[in-house]
Design a protein around this ligand. Structure first.
Ligand code: PXL
Length: 284
């Protein structure tokens, strides 16, 4: 960060106009952390697919012209964060972007957002996970939930896997390409909920978690990944980034549950943004 320059993140995913998720979380959160965020949007939706029949506008044909123009003006990134993508073409365009922009020292964080409760999200084609494996092969860090980890590894889905199953999922994820895997939505015992981390095959898995809350809110995985992306760009370790992400996500879920609003509207993170950078710095 020489000359007051901020680190810069490229964020590749959809923009859903209602119901906080994807770019509607990533842009404000990464910016509030003090990292410049540039969007490569893959799709425009009236609302996320948790709502019935959203209006959808595929932007895959815009993705290459956008990033080729970025190349021509010398744009570069410190981190590339890939989130929800709706199909084969969008995934292929994201792969093309990574190949063009992954210079030495640039890390690729992949949140293979595609499933919940052991099933693919509505609107995704069967076999979507096979396409997602192309992105795994190009990523440095993969950040799935338990459903996505099972789909990517071909292992059985369990909501509360035992230690051996969890280890198999983590090792299986590393075989798909990345150097590190972080599975979210994992129970850590003692009423804790968080993420299981494996950095390198054969290493010991670690658990990072917070006291579990009663209730789930749409987009929590997107918030976790956005904080991780920002913290990594600011130079934190993956474990420190995951700690900051787990803490901030838990605070936002608690604040949202208090409002009693429809969980599909997503996280009410805005009032907490002013404290995000300090929280990240505490995990250095
Ligand atoms: O939060 C993941 C996500 C992102 N984008 C869209 C979605 C979902 C999950 O349902 O539908 C469009």
């Amino acid at each position: 960060m020489k000359d007051g320059k901020l680190p810069r993140a490229a964020v590749v995913e959809d923009f859903s106009c209602f119901g906080k998720c994807s770019l509607a979380i990533a842009l404000p959160v990464i910016s509030a952390a003090g990292v410049e965020a540039c969007a490569l949007p893959s799709e425009l939706l009236s609302a996320h697919t948790g709502y019935a029949a959203p209006a959808r506008f595929d932007l895959s044909s815009a993705m290459r012209p956008i990033y080729e123009h970025w190349s021509s003006i010398g744009a570069g990134f410190d981190i590339i964060y890939i989130g929800y993508l709706a199909g084969k073409r969008q995934i292929e365009e994201a792969c093309g972007f990574i190949r063009a922009f992954k210079k030495p020292g640039v890390r690729v964080l992949l949140d293979p957002a595609m499933a919940e409760g052991g099933r693919l999200y509505g609107g995704l084609e069967a076999g979507h996970e096979k396409e997602m494996l192309k992105l795994c092969a190009l990523s440095d860090i993969v950040l799935p939930n338990l459903s996505e980890a099972a789909l990517l590894t071909g292992l059985e889905y369990s909501e509360s896997p035992g230690e051996g199953q969890l280890r198999a999922l983590l090792e299986g994820l590393l075989k798909t390409g990345p150097k590190a895997a972080l599975i979210t939505g994992v129970s850590g015992g003692g009423g804790k909920l968080g993420a299981a981390l494996l950095e390198g095959r054969g290493a010991a898995p670690r658990f990072i978690g917070e006291q579990a809350l009663e209730g789930a809110v749409h987009g929590s995985g997107d918030l976790f990944a956005s904080v991780c992306a920002a913290a990594l760009a600011l130079g934190l370790s993956l474990e420190g980034s995951a700690r900051a992400a787990a803490r901030f996500t838990a605070l936002c879920i608690a604040a949202t549950l208090k409002t009693g609003r429809d969980e599909r509207e997503g996280l009410r993170f805005e009032p907490l943004l002013r404290d995000l950078r300090e929280l990240i710095d505490q995990n250095r």
